[in-house]
Design a protein around this ligand. Structure first.
Ligand code: ARG
Length: 738
C-alpha cells in the first residue's frame, strides 16, 4: 500500500480550477497557486505578495485574531483596531457600571489617556508566517496507533513549534487540516495591552437583539474599537501606562465609495470550526438528537436569567455578556437543525456516500469504510447526549460551576493524602511534593475568588440559579435513560410520586442552596480563610456534581473519546478517498481558527418563492423597526434627531440614503466576526458580523443559493463614530479613499 503522504501532493489537496468562487476558506499562503487567477478575473487588483508575504508587509499583517475567538483589523498607523460590538462586548460590559454605563450609553475616548484598559486579559494576534509541515508530521506519525495519535501529535507539535520560534518573542501553533491529511504551522505575534477606544450604545451595536440575530434584512451597527499598545521597541508588552500605540506593518485604508451588486469582495479572518466533510450520520445526530436538546436546555437558562435582568439594571449588566453568548448559539443550534432539514443536507450527504461506495467497491483501502462509519455511529448513538448534558445541563447552574472548584480542591487533597500514606517515600521528598500541592490549593482558591468577582453571586442571580438547578434536574430526568444515571440521581428520583417531579427537584435545589457553601459568597470566603477537605466532602453541591462527574468519567467518557477518535480517523480516510475519486474537485480544509481568505461578490438573494431580498439596508429600515423603550429595538434620541435632520454628511449613498448593512456571498463562520470586507484593492468596505437564517446549515454544507455573509457598511460605522459619537478625531486618524 502506498504511503498516505506520497499521495497527498499539493495539487491533489488544493486543485486550482476553482469552480465556485464563493465556497472555500483558503489558506493565504496558498492563494497564489490555488486561486490567484480566479480572484484577478473577479476583480482583485493586488499582487499575491500584497495579500500574503513573509518578507514584506501584506494584508495578512492587518487582519488579526481578536481575543482568540473573533477577528479584527488594524485601520490606522497608530494601532487602531476595528472589530464587532459583540466581540468587544465582554470588555465593554466589564467596564460598565450603573453610574458609568458605557454599554447602554456608548463611549468614545477623547484622548489616548481616556482609552480604557479592561481588567480581564485580552489579546490581539498577528500571523507572522505559515509553514507547510505536512511531510514532517506524517513521517513522524506513520505507524502510530489511533489511540496514541493525539498524544504523539502534541509531542511533534511541541518540537516543531519550539524550532520555529527559537530566539524570537513569537508563539507558534500547529493545525491539523483535512482531519489529518495535512498540517500547517502558524508563527504568531501576540499583543496583550489592548484598550477600548470606543463603542456605540448597545441599542445601536446590538440593535435587533436576539430577534434579528442570524437574520436578514439587518440593521445592526455591530462594531467597537480598540487600540494595541506596545513597549518602546514596538514589540508586545504587558500593560504599562508608558506603553505607546503600536506601529503596524500594514493597516487597511477605508473606502467611502460604497458597494453595488456584483462587486468583488474578499474577507480575511479566523473562522473557528466547520465540518463540511461530515457524514450523513452526523447530520442526523445533529437534527434529531443533539441540537434540539441544546436548544431546550439553553432556553431554560435564558428565561430564568431574563426574568431577573428585566427587573434590575445592575443584574442586567452582570449577566448581559453571558446572556448574549448563550443566546447566540441557542438560536444557532435551532437554525442549524431547521436548515439542515430544509436544505436536505442529510439526503445530499447520503447521495455522496452512495457514490463513494460505488467507487470504493473494488478498492481494498476504502471498501469497508461506509460500513465502519455506520458501526461507529450505531455504537455511539445511545450515549450521544452524555457529553452535551455534562456541558449544557449538569454544569449549567452557576452553583455547579463554583462547586467545580471544589472538585479541583478535592483532587489536590486526595493527592496529598496519598503522598502522606506512601511508606516508600523519603520524608524530605514528601514535604516538597506536599508543599507544591498546597501551593496549588492556594491558587485554585484564588481562582475561585476571581470567578466570584467576575460574576458576583448576588441574591437575584441566585434566585435565577436555583430555578435553573431544578429545571436542569428535570431535563436530565426526562431525557437521559435511567440506566445511565448516577446512583445519587436515582435515589433523588425515587422520591417522585405520581409523576410529579417538579416538587422533588425544587425541594432538592432548595436544600442545595440552603446548605452548600458554594451558594453563598460569604460562606465561600469564610471557607477560603481556613480551607479543609472535610468541609468540601460534606458539601451537597460538591456531592451532586461529583456523582455526575464520576458517572461520566467512568462510564461514558471512554465511549465518547473512542467515538471521537474513530470518527476522526474515518473522516480522514473518507476525505483522502474523496480526493482520489475526484482529482479535479476543489478541496479546502475545514475552518480551525487559522487565518483564511474567502472571496466572492456583493449579492442579493431570494429566501423563498416570490420573495426577493435586496443586498443592502439603509437607516430607513432602522427607523421602521424602532420601538421606543423596547429591549431590542429602542434607539438613542440623538440618532432619531440626526435621522430627522437627514444629517448623513459624506456617508450617504448617491440616492441620499445612509447605508447600514450589505450582503456578500463569502464563505464565513463563527470566528470571522469582525473580519474586514475588502474591495479588490484591499480597502475596507465593511465589517462581517453574521450569517443568514436560510443558510444556518452552512457549517456542514455550503449552499450556493442561500449562503450569505452579513456585513455592516463601513459608511454606517464612520457615521456612527462621527455624528452619533461626536468622535471625528477617530475618523480623521484613518486613511479614507473617496
Ligand atoms: N450571530 C452573530 C455571530 O455569531 C453574533 C451576534 C451577537 N448578537 C446577539 N444578539 N447575540 O457572529
Amino acid at each position: 500500500m502506498k504511503k498516505i503522504y506520497a499521495l497527498l501532493t499539493l495539487a491533489l489537496l488544493f486543485s486550482s480550477n476553482a469552480a465556485k468562487a464563493d465556497e472555500g476558506m483558503w489558506l493565504l499562503s496558498l492563494l497564489e497557486k490555488m486561486n490567484y487567477k480566479d480572484m484577478q478575473a473577479k476583480g482583485l487588483r493586488l499582487t499575491p505578495e500584497q495579500l500574503y508575504s513573509v518578507n514584506h508587509s501584506s494584508l495578512k499583517d492587518a487582519c488579526i485574531w481578536f481575543n482568540g475567538g473573533c477577528t479584527g483589523e488594524i485601520i490606522s498607523s497608530e494601532g487602531l483596531i476595528l472589530t464587532n460590538h459583540h466581540c468587544g462586548y465582554d470588555a465593554i460590559a466589564e467596564l460598565s457600571t450603573t453610574s458609568d454605563n458605557i454599554l447602554d450609553n456608548g463611549f468614545w475616548a477623547k484622548t489616548r489617556a481616556e482609552e480604557r484598559k479592561p481588567k480581564a486579559p485580552m489579546s490581539i494576534t498577528r500571523v507572522v508566517r505559515v509553514d507547510d509541515i505536512t511531510s514532517e508530521v506524517l513521517a513522524k506519525i506513520a505507524g502510530v496507533s489511533e489511540k496514541e495519535r493525539f498524544a504523539k501529535l502534541q509531542e511533534i507539535y511541541k518540537e516543531l513549534q519550539k524550532k520555529a520560534t527559537e530566539g524570537t518573542h513569537y508563539d507558534a501553533t500547529c493545525r491539523e487540516m483535512f482531519k489529518g491529511n495535512a498540517y500547517y504551522l502558524f508563527v504568531m505575534e501576540k499583543f496583550t495591552d489592548i484598550r477600548l477606544v470606543g463603542t456605540p450604545p448597545q441599542n445601536v451595536g446590538k440593535f435587533g437583539g436576539e430577534t434579528d440575530n442570524w437574520m436578514w434584512p439587518r440593521h445592526t451597527g455591530d462594531f467597537s474599537m480598540f487600540r494595541v499598545y506596545v513597549g518602546k521597541d514596538n514589540k508586545p508588552a504587558d500593560y504599562n501606562a508608558e506603553n505607546t500605540p503600536y506601529k503596524p506593518m500594514h493597516y487597511l485604508p477605508v473606502s467611502l465609495k460604497g458597494v453595488k451588486e456584483g462587486d468583488f469582495a474578499m474577507i480575511i479572518g479566523f473562522p473557528g470550526r466547520t465540518n463540511r466533510y461530515e457524514f450523513s450520520h452526523g447530520v442526523a445526530l445533529a437534527t434529531d438528537i443533539v441540537n434540539p436538546n441544546i436548544v431546550n436546555l439553553r432556553d431554560l437558562r435564558l428565561k430564568a436569567w431574563k426574568e431577573q435582568m428585566v427587573q434590575d439594571e445592575a443584574t442586567r449588566l452582570l449577566l448581559s455578556s453571558d446572556y448574549a453568548s448563550i443566546a447566540n448559539y441557542w438560536k444557532f443550534f435551532d437554525g442549524e437543525a431547521e436548515q439542515l432539514k430544509h436544505n436536505k443536507v442529510y439526503d445530499k450527504k447520503t447521495a455522496e456516500e452512495k457514490a463513494f461506495a460505488v467507487w470504493a467497491e473494488s478498492k481494498e483501502e476504502y471498501k469497508s469504510l461506509l460500513y465502519d462509519i455506520d458501526q461507529a455511529y450505531t455504537v455511539y448513538k445511545p450515549y450521544a447526549l452524555q457529553n452535551t448534558y455534562m456541558r449544557e445541563c449538569i454544569t449549567a447552574p452557576s452553583i455547579m460551576q463554583l462547586a467545580s472548584f471544589g472538585m479541583s480542591l478535592d483532587a489536590l487533597y486526595n493527592k496529598i493524602n496519598k503522598i502522606k500514606a506512601d511508606k516508600t517515600k523519603a520524608a524530605a521528598d514528601k514535604d516538597k511534593e506536599i508543599a507544591d500541592l498546597e501551593a496549588k490549593i492556594k491558587s485554585t482558591s484564588e481562582n475561585l475568588i476571581k470567578a466570584l468577582a467576575e460574576v458576583p453571586y448576588t441574591d437575584r442571580i441566585k434566585i435565577a440559579d436555583k430555578k435553573i438547578m431544578a429545571a436542569m434536574m428535570k431535563m436530565y430526568y426526562k431525557n437521559i435513560p435511567s440506566s445511565q444515571w448516577p446512583e445519587l440521581f436515582t435515589k433523588i428520583a425515587s422520591k417522585i410520586k405520581n409523576g410529579n417531579s417538579d416538587e422533588v427537584f425544587a425541594k432538592y435545589a432548595e436544600m442545595l442552596f440552603a446548605k452548600s457553601m458554594f451558594a453563598s459568597k460569604e460562606k465561600i470566603e469564610a471557607f477560603l480563610k481556613a480551607p479543609n477537605h472535610k468541609k468540601i466532602l460534606s458539601d451537597p453541591a460538591f456531592i451532586y456534581l461529583k456523582s455526575h462527574a464520576d458517572n461520566y468519567t467512568n462510564k461514558f467518557k471512554p465511549k465518547v473519546d473512542e467515538f471521537a477518535a474513530s470518527a476522526l480517523a474515518l473522516g480522514r480516510k473518507y476525505i483522502k478517498g474523496l480526493m482520489e475519486m475526484n482529482p479535479n474537485r476543489v478541496f479546502y480544509p475545514d475552518a480551525n481558527s487559522s487565518q483564511r481568505l474567502t472571496y466572492g461578490t456583493v449579492k442579493s438573494y431570494d429566501p423563498k418563492d416570490a420573495v426577493h431580498y435586496d443586498f443592502i439596508t439603509t437607516i430607513d429600515g432602522v427607523i421602521e423597526k424602532y420601538v421606543a423603550g423596547d429591549y431590542e429595538f429602542d434607539l438613542p434620541a440623538k440618532l432619531l434627531e440626526l435621522y430627522k435632520a437627514k444629517d448623513f454628511g459624506r456617508y450617504a449613498a448617491s440616492n441620499g440614503k445612509l447605508p447600514v448593512a450589505f450582503l456578500t456571498d463569502n464563505d464565513i463562520t463563527g470566528g470571522n466576526s469582525g473580519s474586514p470586507v475588502m474591495d479588490g484593492s484591499g480597502n475596507i468596505i465593511g465589517l462581517a458580523f453574521d450569517g443568514n437564517w436560510e443558510a444556518m446549515s452552512g457549517n456542514i454544507h455550503f449552499d450556493d443559493k442561500y449562503k450569505r455573509t452579513i456585513n455592516v457598511d463601513i459608511r454606517y460605522v464612520l457615521w456612527l463614530i462621527e455624528k452619533l459619537g461626536g468622535a471625528k478625531h477617530i475618523v480623521d486618524e484613518m486613511t479614507l479613499v473617496e
